[in-house]
Design a protein around this ligand. Structure first.
Ligand code: ATP
Length: 383
């Protein structure tokens, strides 16, 4: 499925701004981003509940423009399960097939198969109000999948469930998707959910797509400051590229050291941020390097601003020169090591292996906001 230059405006406001996406057949593809970034609007345009102002939506090679939702080769699963309350679980799942006048025996076979798949064979004759939230969402899933759509669209389907149930259903949804091989386009604002389930993730911000990549890639090699901050903790050290040599850049960090990292297309003189994930940072007394680190380790000095015990790990926040704050996760594997961790106010050295530092550009949308703020314009004034 492909989106080409898709744009959606509501009055003066552009909710989705010229998006291009290529989603592979059988892929679990996630639209991830904060509230209001345009992910639901994008999904609703694919489903046919909303018409784009510009652009094309191609499903299995054909343009679906102008087709009403029920004629598109897509089905949608919503956060609110939207089941028919007066129908049994079986009849809810059978509903779409009956409307398409599929034969009785085939309906029965396919409905049984889907109820089995989602683990609800025993509840087939119950009504929705006799089911838990998680079970109702399974019915909604079975009801969509039984129609064999080319693409299944899921809008925060686990959003109404409690955390433990959500985690269980995440793995189950992934298993079901792999089993049936249908393309899933999944909308969520939950980064952990996106990382757990997706083959690829499109990270959206203010109507644009900032990065499309596999989960490991968006976490380990975020493309922009926004992606780095939205997926995981925003561990950003501002700096400027001083020189380039091959594919390496020498970056002078505001924190007072110069480090070498993959240039990632940055040019000499360009402002950038260096990201190191919390679990890739080691902490030692000022002037020392943590014993786990090799001779090529890079380091920077700072002061511990806070230390919090989280059970499996201790989280330190270290303030660097220039004011940026780095979060460090120290696993609580050894009690004596945990007790010897520096407390608030201690002067420390943070170190990392060169392969774990990654340079990112400032997001265009963040820069635009910063420019507006610098000019004394707020968003509403700008609009
Ligand atoms: P959430 O996670 O909160 O649902 P989202 O990323 O899915 O957020 P959208 O629902 O796509 O966001 O909305 C994107 C923007 O478009 C928001 O600012 C929203 O207020 C606006 N918007 C959405 N639908 C309409 C509408 N029918 N009329 C006017 N503005 C709308």
């Amino acid at each position: 499925m492909s989106l080409r230059g898709i744009t959606k405006r509501f009055g003066e406001f552009t909710a989705v701004d010229d998006i291009d996406l290529d989603i592979k057949e059988g892929e679990f593809f996630t639209l991830l981003g904060p509230s209001g970034c345009g992910k639901t609007t994008t999904l609703r345009m694919i489903a046919g509940f909303e018409e784009p102002n510009a652009g094309q939506i191609l499903v299995a090679g054909s343009d679906v423009a102008g087709l009403p939702a029920h004629k598109r080769p897509t089905n949608t699963v919503f956060q609110s399960y939207a089941l028919f309350p007066h129908l049994t679980v079986r009849d809810n799942v059978a509903y779409g097939l009956k409307r398409k006048r599929v034969g009785k025996d085939e309906i029965s076979k396919r409905v049984d198969e889907e109820l089995q798949r989602v683990g609800l064979a025993a509840e087939a004759n119950r009504k929705p109000n006799q089911l838990s939230g998680g079970q109702q969402q399974r019915v909604a899933l079975a009801r969509a999948v039984v129609n064999l759509p080319k693409v299944l669209l899921l809008d925060e389907p686990l959003g109404a469930l409690d955390l433990k149930l959500r985690k269980g259903l995440q793995l189950e949804l992934k298993r079901i998707q792999q089993e049936i091989g249908i393309t899933f386009v999944y909308v969520t604002h939950d980064q952990e959910e996106a990382l757990t389930m997706s083959d690829r993730i499109a990270v959206m911000n203010r109507g644009i797509v900032e990065q499309v990549a596999e989960p490991v890639e968006v976490y380990e090699r975020p493309a922009t400051t926004f992606v780095a901050g939205f997926i995981g903790v925003s561990n950003l050290m501002p700096g400027v590229v001083r020189s380039l040599s091959g594919d390496k850049a020498e970056v002078e960090l505001e924190a007072g050291v110069t480090v070498s990292a993959e240039a990632n297309g940055l040019a000499t003189g360009e402002q950038c941020h260096a990201v190191v994930r919390p679990e890739k940072l080691f902490v030692a007394k000022k002037g020392e390097v943590a014993p786990q680190q090799g001779a090529d380790a890079q380091s920077v000095d700072g002061v511990v601003a806070s230390s919090v015990y989280l059970g499996t790990a201790t989280q330190l926040v270290v303030e660097l020169r220039g004011g940026s704050r780095m979060t460090v996760l120290c696993p609580n594997t050894d009690e004596s090591e945990r007790q010897s961790l520096p407390g608030g106010g201690a002067e420390v050295s943070l170190s990392w292996t060169p392969e774990h530092i990654h340079l990112v550009r400032e997001s265009d949308s963040e820069r635009a906001t910063a420019d507006h703020e610098a000019l004394g314009m707020d968003r509403s004034a700008a609009a």
